[in-house]
Ligand binder design. Structure first.
Ligand code: PLP
Length: 362
């Protein structure tokens, strides 16, 4: 089969950083090889810098972003625990589903899609929740919610409540400050702004959350006690499951690239790309979907103009220009497009490429 190359400008995966792709081709090491363990330790240290945390328990979980979500609820929600979840898109909806499967008493706080999570409504939803959860960057709608304000408000009212943030589409695209914001548990995914293939879920947990973990979660694979014994070496590198060695090496390389460029510069590159795309879409006469003031630079949602066949345009982009963009999510499947500028794709040339191709395809 001929090798097909695409420009991945949808909601993820994005095109990996070249350094991440090159690392995938390096000779494979064993998962207990001292050199691999050095790379693993360095990957965790680099993740701490990108997350903005000193959390000892900061590691890449084996699996896509949803594994992070699953691990979060499996290890920090007991049956009957009250978990308040902000739902302003598909991934908040998924949190409700996952938390419920672990027996949590879920209190959902629904918002219109396209709007950010409202801090006051989250507080009003329950007086004493165990966990308050929200999605930082809602990939289904292109909306950023203010996790810093949410965490501050939750902690100010109740010292016991833990704050959980889904940072799948935010980490390494827009600022995330786990310690400064007071986020207790967070997870991400490698295939978005981190610029790596799908398959790992960076995860971080504060000490106070760790003290309140479920001692024996109902899942063996995602039991953080067991995984931690291998990753942080406190258990003498006890074998738990075979680490996805090549993917971790790839993440290590991407993080090296990001930190070399500088985290602030990477955020600025995403911001500038998003701004340029929004201006270009306005020039095309297109209307944006996400609420103004809350738009993500790395994922722009745009309304499909009346009379334009959404699927047909996406097909032309793919087959004639080799560009993938996303359909809308849920009820907006055919009325919204999602254009991602994540990681290696957060660049002016990608912006001009999609604007030119979109103009022709419409
Ligand atoms: N959370 C958010 C905000 C996402 O965008 C995604 C994936 O797009 C997920 C969770 C789930 O991640 P994955 O599809 O990698 O399992």
């Amino acid at each position: 089969m001929a090798t097909i190359e695409r420009v991945l400008l949808g909601p993820g995966p994005s095109n990996p950083y070249p350094e991440a792709t090159a690392a995938l081709c390096a000779p494979l090491l064993g998962h207990l090889d001292p050199e691999f363990l050095r790379v693993l330790d360095e990957t965790c240290a680099r993740l701490r810098r990108v997350w903005g945390t000193e959390n000892a328990r900061t590691l890449p979980l084996s699996g896509t972003g949803s594994i992070g979500m699953e691990a979060a609820f499996a290890n920090f929600a007991r049956p009957g625990d009250v978990v308040v979840v902000g739902v302003n898109g598909l991934f908040g909806e998924r949190m409700v589903d996952v938390a419920g499967r672990y027996g949590a008493d879920v209190v959902r706080v629904d918002h219109d899609w396209g709007q950010p999570v409202d801090v006051e409504r989250m507080l009003a939803a329950h007086p004493e929740p165990s966990l308050v959860a929200a999605v930082h960057a809602e990939t289904s709608t292109g909306v950023r919610s203010d996790i810093k304000a949410l965490a501050a408000a939750v902690h100010q009212r109740d010292q016991r409540a833990l704050v959980l943030a889904d940072c799948v589409t935010s980490l390494a695209g827009i600022p995330v400050e786990i310690d400064a914001w007071g986020v207790d548990i967070a997870y991400s995914g490698t295939q978005k702004c981190l610029g790596v293939s799908p398959g790992l879920s960076p995860f971080t947990v504060s000490e106070r959350a760790w003290d309140r973990r479920v001692k024996r979660p109902p899942t063996w694979y995602l039991d953080l006690n067991l995984i931690g014994a291998y990753v942080d070496g406190t258990g003498g590198r006890t074998y738990h499951h075979t680490a996805p060695v090549a993917l971790i090496a790839s993440l290590h390389a991407a993080l090296g690239r990001i930190l070399e460029e500088g985290l602030d510069a990477v955020h600025e590159r995403h911001r500038a790309a998003g701004e340029r795309l929004r201006a270009g879409l306005a020039d095309l006469g297109l209307e944006l979907f996400a609420a103004e003031g809350h738009r993500l630079p790395e994922l722009t949602t745009v309304r499909v103009p009346d009379g334009v066949d959404s699927a047909k345009v996406r097909q032309i982009l793919l087959t004639e220009y080799g560009i993938e963009i996303g359909a809308g999510a849920g009820a907006f499947a055919s009325s919204v497009w999602r254009i991602g500028l994540m990681g290696h794709n957060a660049r002016p040339d990608r912006v001009e490429l999609i604007l030119a191709a979109l103009r022709r395809a419409m």
